[in-house]
Design a protein around this ligand. Structure first.
Ligand code: FAD
Length: 457
């Protein structure tokens, strides 16, 4: 890229254009996963739609590999690239709640925490993830699984419209009535179709939830996991909780005698009235001999940020994932075997229920195809020390290889690393061909290809 084109971009830009020559470059190029160490040639920190349009045009005209960054949380580091342009939306944090319409408009640089903070003031929320520092943009474009999935569906099931800048620099609004094919594709198809500058979501009356964890010794897994699998699928939709394996962290939140113990757990979240939630979950919370049962009312944003302090940026992360229909005895035995071998520290496994309201949307109604799966499994190796990167990666891959035969075949795109085209196709199944034809229409040169890539048909 020559000096003239750089000056031209700076002339059109209201945000900041950062290059390797700038003192802020090293901080600006960082993403959440400390395992990712990429060096873009240019980081365009946009503050408005005009900046995004200028950055997209610059990327095209200079023939630069172009990545888009929302919250920067992608496990595989798909919010950045080596040698190319990063269109960074993290300064686009505008949020407008419309309490009368029951909607919220959220700009592309917001985190889940930003959104929950804004909507909670009105006693409302929309489905997002489970850690508040995750970007709304990447999470939503891949589907968006979280505590509110059973009662209110995936994040995309509550998406009413998006504002986008397309590969040719055009600005469009996509919704059920405007560019409906594009709107279908962005609901699960990731960042393949353009830069989403803002999202319009439907809100729900969620303020206080009954939430918190129940822990059991890991050797009670066969009993607890089977009981959980049966319980959650017939539980009322306003009762939810994800299953987990973890090592109890040495923090004041947990009693000292549990620190360092490997446990299986359920992290509960119920939007029902506290008495109803307690009654609905009492029997399952008493299965076997729990080590800890700490469920009570809390503000929804408090639940969403409960685990943030344990997961600061810059840790090493390695992920593997699959969708799952049920837990059979053989799969449960493999879970126990591999979860028991987790490296010490923060590595964990989450199994999110994705039934309830998410099952009322058809397989081909949005790009997210696994509406027939009941759970999204994710195995995550996490460690602060780069010297342990190989250990967490090996554990994660071996765990995945052992469980993959019991899966529904493909994974949730937002829980994948860079795993190749076959895995992308397996994630979308019969929706892949339609996605490829929408891609051809809106991004025929595959300009947006730093993502779980859908190739133009
Ligand atoms: C700690 C942690 C907790 C998580 N918990 C959950 C969870 O509970 N539920 C869940 O569903 N997922 C969860 N995830 C996964 C998360 O959804 C993905 O990592 C997602 O990619 C993060 O989005 P982001 O905007 O932060 O990421 P980025 O790295 O910024 O971007 C990810 C992808 O989205 C694209 N993208 C980002 N912004 C835009 C935009 N504005 N327009 C177009 N494309 C864009 C990027 O190009 C890239 O391909 C979690 C991740 C982490 C690290």
């Amino acid at each position: 890229m020559n000096e003239t084109t750089m000056h031209e971009l700076r002339g059109k830009f209201r945000g900041e254009v950062i290059t390797p020559a700038d003192l802020t470059y090293d901080a600006a190029r960082k993403v959440y996963n400390g395992m990712i160490d990429k060096r873009p040639s240019l980081i365009a920190c946009c503050v408005d739609e005009a900046d995004v349009i200028a950055a997209v045009r610059h990327g095209r005209e200079s023939n630069l590999l172009t990545a888009v960054r929302g919250g920067g949380h992608n496990g595989g580091g798909l919010g950045t690239c080596d040698g190319g342009l990063v269109i960074d939306l993290s300064r686009m944090k505008g949020i407008r709640v419309d309490p009368a319409a029951g909607t919220v408009r959220v700009q592309g640089g917001c985190t889940g925490g930003d959104m929950d903070h804004a909507t909670h003031a009105f006693g409302m929320a929309t489905p997002g993830g489970t850690v508040s520092t995750t970007g709304v943009a990447g999470l939503t474009l891949g589907g968006g699984i979280g505590h509110l999935t059973r009662p209110y569906g995936l994040a995309i099931d509550n998406l009413l419209a998006v504002d986008m800048v397309l590969a040719d620099g055009r600005f469009v609004t996509a919704s059920a009535t405007e560019d409906p094919d594009l709107f279908w594709a962005v609901r699960g198809g990731g960042g393949n179709f353009g830069v989403v500058t803002s999202f319009l979501f439907r809100l729900h009356p969620v303020a206080t939830v009954s939430a918190g964890p129940t822990f059991w010794p890991i050797d009670q897994t066969p009993n607890v996991m089977k009981a959980y699998g049966e319980f959650i699928r017939q539980a009322p939709e306003d009762v939810s909780g994800f299953f987990a394996f973890l090592t109890v962290p040495p923090v004041p939140l947990f009693p000292p005698e549990l620190h360092g113990k490997k446990v299986c757990a359920v992290v509960w979240c119920s939007t029902a009235a506290p008495e109803k939630a307690d009654k609905a979950t009492k029997a399952i919370r008493s299965v076997g001999k729990p080590l800890l049962d700490h469920v009570g009312p809390m503000p929804f944003p408090a639940l969403q940020s409960l685990f943030d302090p344990l997961l600061p940026p810059d840790l090493q992360w390695y992920w593997r994932a699959d969708f799952v229909k049920e837990f059979g005895d053989a799969a449960i035995a493999k879970h126990l075997e591999h979860a028991s071998k987790a490296p010490p520290g923060l590595s964990q496994v989450h199994i999110y229920p994705i039934d309830g309201a998410a099952h009322r949307v058809g397989k081909s109604d949005t790009a997210f195809s696994y509406r027939d799966a009941n759970f999204a499994l994710v195995i995550v190796g996490i460690d602060p020390n780069p010297a342990n990167a190989a250990t967490i990666t090996t554990w994660c891959k071996e765990y995945f290889d052992a469980l993959h035969p019991y899966s529904a075949g493909g994974a949730y795109v937002n829980f994948m690393m860079d795993e190749g085209q076959d895995r992308v196709k397996a994630a979308f199944r019969e929706n892949y061909d339609r996605l490829a034809s929408v891609k051809k229409r809106y991004d025929p040169t595959n300009f947006f290809r730093v993502n779980q890539n859908i190739q133009p048909s």
